[in-house]
Design a binder for this molecule. Sequence first.
Ligand SMILES: CC(C)(COP(=O)(O)OP(=O)(O)OC[C@H]1O[C@@H](n2cnc3c(N)ncnc32)[C@H](O)[C@@H]1OP(=O)(O)O)[C@@H](O)C(=O)NCCC(=O)NCCS
Length: 146
Amino acid sequence: MDWHKPAGYFERVLDQQAFGALILLLALDADAYLGHCKLVWSPGYPGFRERGIPEIQDLNVNRSRRRRGVASRLLEEAEARIVKQSRFAGIGFGLYADYGAAQRLYIQRGYVPDGRGVHYHHEPLPPGATCTLDDDLVLYLVKQLR
Ligand SMILES: CC(C)(COP(=O)(O)OP(=O)(O)OC[C@H]1O[C@@H](n2cnc3c(N)ncnc32)[C@H](O)[C@@H]1OP(=O)(O)O)[C@@H](O)C(=O)NCCC(=O)NCCS
């Protein structure tokens, strides 16, 4: 993976999957890792959790395999699983340029902002607030699946 994850990331994800908290979707080419995402049934962001909206998280595609439709295929599979449980799928992106590809991809796939403004560590930011532009400053989006 090109995206740094703490040691033990996949072990923890598999533990959570064993408890039914999430589904890990892996894109593979034979044994080679292409990318992955998680489908989280009861996410930490209250705007999704309180409305029963599952969230697609941690979408990542190996840098050398990008722009070949891998992320689109992962999202398609995640949405196909979510639609059996929920009318809406949720997703979020960071606001700095590293998230530029994800910002374009999600909006092109029909995800629209959930209307609650940006959040920092899952908390809404009031007008005039200051915060650090890092991975925890997130705009959340939803897509109506049915
Ligand atoms: C975002 C990411 C997952 C996209 O993966 P991918 O497999 O390259 O995406 P796809 O090939 O399915 O792209 C589908 C469409 O999204 C848009 N898109 C994807 N990457 C783009 C880029 N770098 N610039 C502009 N548009 C882009 C395009 O419209 C693309 O269609 P096209 O290739 O026919 O023009 C990948 O760039 C990535 O891992 N980024 C780093 C991690 C990250 O930001 N994850 C998201 C966390 S919120």
